[in-house]
Design a protein around this ligand. Structure first.
Ligand SMILES: Cc1ncc(COP(=O)(O)O)c(C=O)c1O
Length: 384
């Protein structure tokens, strides 16, 4: 039985921007789904995690530090920053860290976004950008993508006005998996015009799937643009290829001045002790990255082949997931039907793509089962 609480008119004191705030709908953990559905076995292909998990070296580092968790973590994140600095040949003063890319997006918003500032992003891009803009009472400006669901960087440049504080560019993009080339990114950075503050808008380059996309032709490494573009902030995460989504750790690159402001305003212990040691070990271990890249490349080919056979429309992806068309079913219907079969994918309604769904490339046997169940659902549909 719940405690009966006294009532107050809480709306009166809630910040205006928070009153209408809708929560982020996260992919549910397997335990929750099992509890809710009564299914014994569930395969989660919904949140772009790495089914190979973290490397052995990473797990070893976590285990070796388990008994130290009564200490606060290093507030200066010295070892992890040093490891990142070595890995990317960049001074530590140009590096910052956060509890996942999610927190990094928020840290940036807290430092820069004022009410009425305009924040430009793509219509079908990572939903947290619009959410943080709303949280800060800034205005999210959503720009249509090209017909092949790639960021229309020219249109995004044109959408920038005097009020534009920042532009989010996800490369490759989630949920479409498409990417912008070196030439496109370079032209975009060059063509941005000054805003009312007499500076170019910030460009927040989200490279959450960088390692997967780096296999693609003409995919740009954002770091190569940092020196020439002091308005650039880049971030990557340990949640995807490094298999550490559960630990919450990501990192960013920016000018010394920007990093200094982010450092001053972030919570002092935002990245926990185990996350710091795990990430420092993971970044030095290329084997797991290569293994994961190979798996995803092979499995995407398998999924494309099967989609072709089923005449399912899909978008070729530079990341570890594929966006595909769910018609004749609505995305949500296909999600539910697959869930009944023990497979979790992601419906795309909140991305304004109601007849599309996104599937993460899993292990081969998981992908095979997903295709088997998909075939079964589509066959039942046809015969009805
Ligand atoms: C494009 C993009 N950016 C950022 C994130 C946030 O990732 P995390 O907070 O796990 O680092 C995600 C996660 O799905 C993503 O897809």
């Amino acid at each position: 039985m719940g405690i009966i609480m006294g009532k107050m008119e809480i709306e009166k004191i809630i910040r205006k921007t928070c009153r209408s705030f809708e929560p982020y709908v996260a992919g549910k953990p397997i335990g929750t789904l099992k509890r809710e559905s009564g299914l014994k076995s569930i395969i989660k292909l919904a949140s772009n995690e790495n089914p190979l998990g973290p490397s052995q070296k990473t797990v070893k580092a976590i285990k070796a530090n388990l008994k130290k968790i009564f200490f606060y973590p290093d507030s200066n994140v010295y070892e992890l920053k040093k490891a990142l600095s070595n890995r990317y040949s960049l001074p530590a003063k140009n590096i910052f860290v956060g509890a996942g890319g999610d927190e990094i997006i928020e840290l940036i918003a807290k430092v820069f976004f004022n009410p009425e500032d305009e924040i430009v992003m793509s219509r079908h891009s990572f939903i947290r950008y619009a959410m943080v803009a709303q949280l800060m009472a800034s205005k999210a400006i959503a720009v249509s993508m090209t017909d092949d669901l790639t960021h229309d960087l020219r249109a995004m440049t044109k959408a920038c006005t005097e009020q534009t504080k920042a532009v989010f560019v996800t490369n490759p993009n989630n949920p479409t998996g498409t990417y912008n080339t070196k030439a496109e990114l370079s032209g975009f950075l060059k063509n941005l015009v000054l805003n009312k503050f007499d500076v170019k808008p910030l460009v927040v380059l989200d490279e959450a799937y960088f390692e997967y996309a780096s296999l693609e032709k003409n995919y740009p490494d954002g770091l190569n643009f940092l020196k020439e573009n002091p308005n650039l902030i880049i971030f990557r995460t340990f949640s995807k290829i490094y298999g550490l989504a559960g630990l919450r750790v990501a990192y960013g690159f920016a000018s010394e001045e920007i990093v200094d402001y982010i450092e001053r305003t972030r919570p002092p212990f935002n990245v926990n002790l185990l996350a710091q040691v795990a990430a420092a070990a993971a970044i030095t271990d290329k084997t797991q990255v290569v293994k994961s890249q190979k798996l995803v490349k092979k499995e995407k080919e398998y999924l494309y082949k099967e989609f072709n056979k089923l005449k399912i429309k899909y978008v070729k992806s530079a990341a570890n997931f594929i966006l595909f068309n769910s018609l004749p079913l609505k995305g949500k219907e296909l999600f539910r039907e697959l869930l009944n079969e023990g497979i979790v994918i992601r419906a795309m309604d909140e991305y304004e793509l109601p007849s599309w769904v996104r599937v993460t490339a899993g292990l081969h046997k998981e992908n095979e089962l997903f295709i088997k169940k998909l075939k079964k659902i589509l066959k039942t549909r046809k015969s009805n």
